[in-house]
Design a protein around this ligand. Sequence first.
Ligand SMILES: Nc1ncnc2c1ncn2[C@@H]1O[C@H](COP(=O)(O)OP(=O)(O)OP(=O)(O)O)[C@@H](O)[C@H]1O
Length: 234
Amino acid sequence: MTPVMNVKGLSKAFTLHQQHGTVLNVLRELSFAVQPGTCLVLHGRSGAGKSTLMRTLYGNYLPSTGSIRLHHAGEVLEMVGAEPRQILAVRRMTMGYVSQFLRVIPRVSCLNVVMEPALTRGMDRAEAQERAAALLTRLNLPESLWSLAPGTFSGGEQQRVNIARGFMVPWPLLLLDEPTASLDDANRAVVLELIEEAKSGGSALIAISHDAKAREGMADCYLDMSLEEPVNAS
Ligand SMILES: Nc1ncnc2c1ncn2[C@@H]1O[C@H](COP(=O)(O)OP(=O)(O)OP(=O)(O)O)[C@@H](O)[C@H]1O
């Protein structure tokens, strides 16, 4: 099977210019591939570089070395050094990212936050609203909150809005950062169902989860990022 993403020799170092130019070698020579219909879970101690890897894959950080090849729009795109317009097209069509915390935009209602990825892809508004409502209902978010901006919502409510938004459209590759961190057992089970449905539809997922039950429920394979202590050089 052709992988959705193929990563080779990926390294990322941070240089702390304000702190005597200390260099943190966070990712070192990582190579892995992600297949459609599977979930790869990033595994490793706190500080191993899991979030850094996610941000690098999403194009937020430029790696120091290596290659990230992504199946996008019928072609293989090298994400390292891709133009900003290509990264934006990838984020609209190919790679979704459910970050740990919802980015709250003042005065934008919960329903609009959830619908946005579908509207950006040209889905009809009524259809988008129906899908958003179905997801919010499954995630047990009270209907009385849907027309409110999520800024005042609890941590778990904000997380469920973020998850509904992430699953609004099918993604060839979906990145999930701690998708069940603030959720109770019932809502964790809903998130695991959504992940299973996405996999059945052919999506590949890359996830970080400190929640052992959730991790076991979603993982098809693991990337162990704790094999060595990071090397810090100045
Ligand atoms: N923007 C940055 N600038 C400098 N150092 C950074 C930056 N982002 C992360 N780091 C460092 O990289 C290392 C890995 O951080 P990262 O957040 O990726 O770890 P993690 O495995 O996701 O940890 P956790 O499980 O605690 O969330 C840490 O030592 C952190 O201090």
